[in-house]
Design a protein around this ligand. Structure first.
Ligand code: AQP
Length: 338
């Protein structure tokens, strides 16, 4: 018992989050949430539904509420265990907004101006280029630093934000001593960036206007297979991982992660076969992987009381942990205690 306690204390800490901006895609699953699940035994993990990030883009209130609960149910359905890990909803834990304000005073305007996600999203929503969209990476830094996270499992699209979080932490530590742990990214080798099925030069995104471009985790098996059948490829009829074959490369990396087969094994499996067979195989493998997730999701959504009990307990644990960091920060910067 004592040993287990010691081991638990020595485990490294992980933080990661996902926005409740729609139904999670295969990209979110393979790039992030699948790894969240795999890391739970080895690390002390904090996983959050980051609804405060979601409002940087205009949301319908009712839909946001529903999507937040659905996203929470979905991470549990993917295998996040609310006993092992701290699973919570960001707005339930006030320390995130509080630390974010402090860190924004230690972040330069120029640094935030260089963030590519800000540039992309402000182009996509020119009518609403709000200050929150601009300071989004500061809130993300607060999310991570509050828990003294060692590792942050994310897709490669978040690498730049993570780098900024490290810079902010280093700058703060440089002034005040060792307040924050400097986090490292945990980016998967395969499927770190799942691409759109309709435009394989763009990342698969849940807010894409074209539903054929992404596979939602909750899509029915026949829908998944149909979407893969209509995936954009090339005219070469050769299943091989090569430069310039963006569509096929994307399908190969998806197939590789869900089946555990190497690229070489996949190339051999489809030698002499057409893209039709390959797309069908990828669709079927993904549908089979996601089937149990969808079934568990349906069961969780029928038990709202259980979900509520889990997210309340998660918020309490998250608050207790993060308050320790916030107290330390307030003391260092000279805020008079109440
Ligand atoms: N296509 C992707 N491939 C691999 N990883 C991905 N992630 C997102 N898309 C891909 C990873 O999923 C985690 C949660 O992402 P998020 O929902 O917080 O925000 P996002 O990156 O902005 O995802 P979307 O789907 O593109 O959402 P919208 O459309 O709302 O902007 C992150 O770890 C991310 O790296």
């Amino acid at each position: 018992m004592e040993n287990t306690q010691v081991q638990k204390e020595h485990k490294k800490i992980i933080f990661s989050g996902i926005q409740p901006t729609g139904i999670m895609t295969l990209g979110n699953y393979l790039g992030a949430v699948k790894n969240w699940v795999a890391l739970q035994d080895e690390y002390n993990c904090c996983y959050s539904i980051v609804n405060q990030h979601a409002i940087t883009v205009r949301q319908d209130a009712k839909a946001l509420r529903e999507n937040t609960l659905a996203a929470y149910a979905l991470i549990l359905a993917c295998g996040v265990d609310p006993e092992k890990s701290i699973a919570f909803i960001q707005s339930h834990v006030k320390t995130h907004a509080e630390l974010s304000w402090v860190l924004s005073c230690y972040t330069q305007f120029g640094e935030l101006s260089r963030m590519t996600q800000f540039k992309d999203k402000s182009q996509k929503h020119p009518e609403n280029v709000n200050a929150g969209l601009f300071t989004y990476p500061v809130l993300m830094a607060a999310d991570i630093l509050l828990y003294q996270a060692d590792l942050v499992p994310v897709g490669i699209d978040q690498k730049q934000h993570l780098e900024l979080a490290r810079n902010i932490a280093q700058r703060f530590n440089g002034i005040y001593g060792n307040v924050f742990t400097i986090p490292d990214g945990y980016i998967p080798k395969t499927a770190a960036k799942v691409m759109s099925l309709q435009d394989p030069t763009k990342k698969m995104s849940k807010s894409d206007d074209n539903p054929k471009s992404f596979v939602a985790i909750l899509d029915k098996p026949e829908t998944i297979i149909k979407k893969f059948k209509s995936a954009v490829t090339d005219s070469e009829a050769l299943v091989a991982y090569r430069d310039g074959k963006d569509g096929i490369n994307n399908l190969m990396s998806i197939y590789s992660v869900v089946t555990g087969k190497s690229y070489e094994e996949i190339e051999n499996e489809f030698t002499g076969k057409g893209y039709g067979d390959f797309k069908m195989a990828v669709g079927e493998a993904v549908a089979e992987t996601l089937r149990p997730v969808r079934e568990r999701f349906d069961a969780y959504m029928k038990d709202k009381a259980y979900l509520e009990q889990c997210y309340k307990a998660g918020a309490e644990r998250a608050l207790a942990l993060s308050q320790r960091t916030l107290d330390k920060v307030y003391k260092k910067i000279g805020f008079l205690p109440r």
